[in-house]
Structure formats: C-alpha cells, structure tokens
Design a protein around this ligand. Structure first.
Ligand code: BG6
Length: 487
C-alpha cells in the first residue's frame, strides 16, 4: 500500500528562473532575458524596440506590435540573467539534492544555450556539454533527470525574425533541438516533457508572437502541438526507453454552487485547460474547440499530414502543476484573489498564501482523479508548493513550518489518490526545491525551496546555499516513501 516502489520523489526547476549564466558558454539571448523584475503589485514587463527603434516596456498581456524586437536595456535589472546561478553551482546543488535522497530532478534546457539563434543546424557544443555534465553528475547519485525541453522561453532571434511559433519553420527548428537532446543525452535521460504549462503559452516570451489575438495564438499553438507530437515520435525512435510527456497547469475548478448555470460555466472553464490535454493525449482537436473556432472565425492552417502526426504522436504521460483550485460562476460581482497566472474567485472554505493563491490539498486529489478518469495515462505531479517569505534567524536557521504543513497536506491527498482511487502516479517534484526567481512576479522573496539561496529582489546577495527546516523533513518523507509526514 501507499506509494509504489520506485516512486520518483524529487524537485523541480526551470532554466530561466534558476540557471543564470545568460550569456555564458556561447548561450544566445532568450525571450525571457528581456523580462524585467516586478512584484506582487507591479507587473513584470517586456523591454523591446518598436519597428521605429523606440525603446518601450509593456506588460506580458500587451502586444508588442509588428516589427518589434526584444531589447535588453543595460540600465534595467533582469532576474533571469543570474537567477540563482545553477550554471556555476550545479555540483554543489546536486550534492544537496542527493543528500535529501532525490530520486529525480526536474530541470529545463535553455533552447538558446544549445541553439543561440534557434535556426542553426548544429548545436553550440559548450551548451551541449553543460547539460551532459549535469546529467552525469545526477546519474552519479542515481538521480533520474526529468527534462522539460521548453519552459516558457525561446531563442530571441526566432521571436524577432520569425514571429516565433507563428512561423511553421519553428516546428523544424524545435524538432532539431529535440533531436540533438535525444541523441546527445541518450543513456543519460529517458524522462522528457515537451512544453511547460502549454495552456499558459500566450505571451511574447512563450510563443514569440507580437500579437495575441485568437487567430494568431491558436495558429502558433497548432505549430506547438505539431512540434510536440513530432518530438514524441522522434523520442521513441531514437531510444525506445524514452518516455515523453506533456505538461499542463491543472488546478481543478468547482461550480460556485448547485445552480445548473454555474455547473455549465464550470464545464466551459474546464474545457479551456482540457483542450490542451485532449489534443496531446487523444490526438485530435475536440468538438467544443472546433465549434468555438467556428463561432470566432478562427481558421487553423494545417499541412497535409498534421492530423496524422497529432494522432500518432500522443504523449506517454501527463505532467502537471498544481498550486490551487478555482471556482466558476455566472456572477460578475464575485470577489477575486490572485492565482497562478490568472485571478481566481475567492473560496470561503480555503486559506491563501501571501500572494493570494488559495490552498486546497483535496483539490490535488480531485485533479488527479479527473485527469486519470479522462485519459487513463500515468500522471506526474511535476510542480506543487508554497511560495512564502522566509526569515533567516540570527543563528542562521530557517523555520519554514508553513511549507512543511502545505506539502504534508498535499502529499497526504496524493497518497489517497494512489491508495484509494487507484490513480497511476509516477512521481512528485515540488516546485523550486531550491529558491529561484518567481515566474509570475520576478521576485526572490516568493520562495519555494528546501534550500535557501541568499539573493534578494534586486539581484543582490552572496548566492550562498543553506538548508531550511523543510530540508530534513523532506529527506525523511523520501526515505519513508511518503509514509512519515510528521515534523
Ligand atoms: C508555474 C511555472 O506556473 O508556477 C513555474 O511552471 C512557476 O515556472 C510556478 O515558477 C510558480 O509560480 P510563481 O509565479 O510563484 O513563480
């Protein structure tokens, strides 16, 4: 009973929030390198040049306009440039993960480290070697790398010159990037995910497009889907041991009450995320989406074999992030609170963290059930965790009991999903296992880690690593395969 033997306990990170070294070792600029810092109240911005050469800043929900190009302003602080500097601390960090007993470690590959412009045929060898060294180091400790091929960024050149994923050529560039990863890391990596939180790919940094209207976004996303399916197929050919999954932000959602209209509204809101799983797990566009396209005049341009590729290249597993749940209502005056990349309606039954994200462990069990019932594919909780402000005491200790409570409650629900509901679950990698930059706000003070990194919101700090109280707690959880959640 309990979690199966071989359950993959670990932690998760992403290059643009953790790696730093933004120009080291021949890396090219990525779109994320032009995203400023921000805070809970001040949104992060994109810095760019207009077609007329004017330097401008817009928030990530604002369009850049035709002919715009990303611009790194020398007078501006950009959190991705150093982040928490995995690039220069990887040995030390991996040793700490090993000390916690990690079975897996999730990281993403910076596309622009392997392909600085994105359209090259051959990769930047220094970049290839960096990740090879990292994977070998992980293997030394029997830690299975869990690799996200693309986490929220792309080579800036592809966004500047080709309008990112709107251009069909980008499919081939991405598949070539994936080919290099599969061949060069064969034998070192077998667990892959194509696109992080594919349902949140909608801005310049993720899609590379300069307009965000439905026609543009869905055409670009079609190319992402095709690239993902081709990547799955290629991964299997290059190494039959490869498992290639998808990744979605999946917070479940409840109708506000038993009003049938609220229930229907909830179905519609669930379709917004299910669409991404439906295409990648079932292999075709669902009818509710085709009807929506028809109503809104969205016409997807497809190449001859796209539908076959989508059908053949369905994923091996579903990775998902879970932080909180949502509510659907037809009311327009409902009180809202912040959530992951969108505002949520307040749930009177739940408490929230300092950023307004509501805490709902049972929602994780519900999410696991919903996904498993719908697709019957193995699941992987590849992100979960509590963003919180940590205090370093005079003696250097960091007593993050709130984080332990959050994680323990979620693990307990996850266990019920496995033990009682029979959900097939591959593993659990809490987000930001070592402190890193917040994707939403660009802050450092919103910390998730078991390991503290001395770095502040302005990018000042020694980058020194130290263990929080949760470090030893998680070590015990892993050693007991999730049986001992006590403090
Ligand atoms: C997910 C992303 O949306 O949530 C991560 O995949 C992100 O990149 C995480 O960091 C937590 O969000 P935030 O805004 O607290 O960093």
């Amino acid at each position: 009973m309990g979690f199966p033997e071989g359950f993959l306990w670990g932690g998760a990170t992403a290059a643009n929030q953790y790696e730093g070294g933004y120009l080291d070792g021949g890396k090219g600029l990525s779109t994320l390198d032009a995203i400023t810092d921000g805070s809970h109240t001040v949104p992060r911005k994109i810095s760019f040049k207009t077609a007329d050469g004017e330097i401008k800043y817009v928030t990530r929900d604002q369009e850049l306009g035709k002919g715009a190009t990303g611009y790194v302003d020398p007078n501006q602080y950009y959190p991705s440039h150093v982040a928490t500097d995995f690039y220069h601390h990887w040995k030390e960090d991996i040793a700490l993960f090993a000390e916690m007993g990690f079975k897996t470690f999730r990281l993403s590959i910076a596309w622009s480290r392997l392909f600085p412009r994105g359209d090259e045929k051959e990769p930047n060898e220094e970049g290839v070697k960096f990740y090879e060294d990292v994977f070998k180091e992980l293997r030394k400790y029997d830690i299975e790398p869990l690799v996200t091929l693309n986490h929220f960024d792309m080579p800036m050149y592809l966004a500047d010159e080709m309008d990112g994923w709107l251009d069909r050529r980008v499919v081939d560039y991405f598949v070539n990037f994936a080919r290099v990863c599969f061949t060069r890391y064969k034998g070192l990596v077998t667990l892959w995910k194509t696109f992080n939180e594919i349902n949140f790919m909608r801005a310049w940094n993720t899609l590379g497009t300069k307009a965000y209207d439905d026609q543009t976004r869905y055409q670009a996303l079609h190319h992402v889907f095709v690239a993902s399916a081709k990547t799955v197929l290629l991964g299997h050919v290059i190494d039959p041991h490869n498992l290639v999954g998808m990744m979605i932000a999946y917070g479940t959602s409840y109708p506000e009450d038993c009003n049938p209209d609220n229930y229907m509204k909830n179905i519609e809101e669930m379709h917004v995320k299910q669409f991404f799983c439906d295409v990648q797990c079932r292999g075709y566009y669902p009818n509710y989406k085709l009807k929506e396209f028809e109503r809104n005049g969205v016409v997807i341009e497809k190449e001859e074999f796209d539908d076959d590729i989508l059908l053949d290249g369905t994923v091996d597993f579903i990775g998902f992030s879970y932080y909180s749940s949502g509510i659907s209502t037809i009311r327009t005056d409902a009180e809202t609170t912040d959530g992951n990349q969108k505002r949520n309606i307040k749930n009177p039954h739940l408490k929230a963290n300092d950023w307004g994200w509501q805490i709902d462990p049972v929602g994780l069990r519900i999410a696991l059930n919903e996904l498993y019932d719908r697709y019957e594919l193995p699941l992987f909780v590849v992100e979960n965790g509590l963003g919180a402000i940590d205090t370093v005491e005079e003696d250097g200790s960091i007593n993050d009991d709130y984080r332990i409570d959050y994680l323990a409650a979620h693990i307990a629900e996850m266990k019920k999903a496995v033990e009682i509901d029979g959900v097939e679950l591959m593993g659990y990698t809490p987000w930001g296992c070592i402190d890193l930059v917040s994707a939403g706000t660009g802050e450092m003070r919103k910390r998730y880690g078991f390991i503290y990194v001395d770095m502040d919101d302005e990018g000042k700090g020694t980058l020194k690593r130290s263990k929080k109280k949760s470090f030893d707690w998680y070590k015990k959880v892993i050693a007991s395969n999730g049986e001992d959640l006590s403090k």
